[in-house]
Design a protein around this ligand. Sequence first.
Ligand code: ZN
Length: 193
Amino acid sequence: MRIIQYPHPTLRHVSKPLKRVDQELHAIVREMFDLMYAANGVGLAANQVDLPYRLFIINLKSDPAAKEEELVFINPVLTSRKGNAEAEEGCLSLPGLYADVKRPERAVLNAYDLAGQEVTIELDGLFSRAVQHEIDHLDGLLFIDRLSPTVEMDIKDSLIDFDVQFESARQRGEIPDDATIAARLAKLEKLRT
Ligand code: ZN
C-alpha cells in the first residue's frame, strides 16, 4: 500500500458505500494510519491508497502515540452545513501544495465507526475542515477543485509539475494504464460494496 498522487485516476473515483467490515478492513485501516503518520498527515481517504472504499481516517494531532485521537469513518454523510470559513489546506496526494479553501464552517457528520456503530458528530474548526476534505476525496474531489480563480492561476504551474511527474512514473512502468486501474477498482468494489 502506498499513497497515490495527483493526477492518479483513482483520486477521481467516486466510492460506493461498504457493505461489511471484516478483519482485512481492520488491517487496511491500520496500514493507512501508518502511512498517514509517516507523511505527517491529519487525514487520509481510502482512494488515496488506491482503494475504492467509502472510508477515511483522521488524527488531528498526526501523532501515532495519540491513539485516542484516531478516528475511522465509514460511509460518511454530511448534513446541516452552516456558515463560511476560509483556511489553508494541503493534501498528501498533492505534497508541498497549499492553498486557501472556502468551506462551510460547521456540519453534522453521520457515519459508522470500525466497530459498526453509528455515530453522529457536530463538526467545527479544523475537525470540520478535515472531514469535509476527506469526504470530498470519496466523491472524487480534491481541494484544488474548490479554489478561487486567482488562487487557481497561482498553482497552475505546480499542477503541471505533478502531471509531468505522473507521466514519467507511468513511462517507467510504475503506474498501470487507466483501463487496468479501473478494472482493479471494479473487482475490489464487487467484493465489498
Ligand atoms: Zn487530501
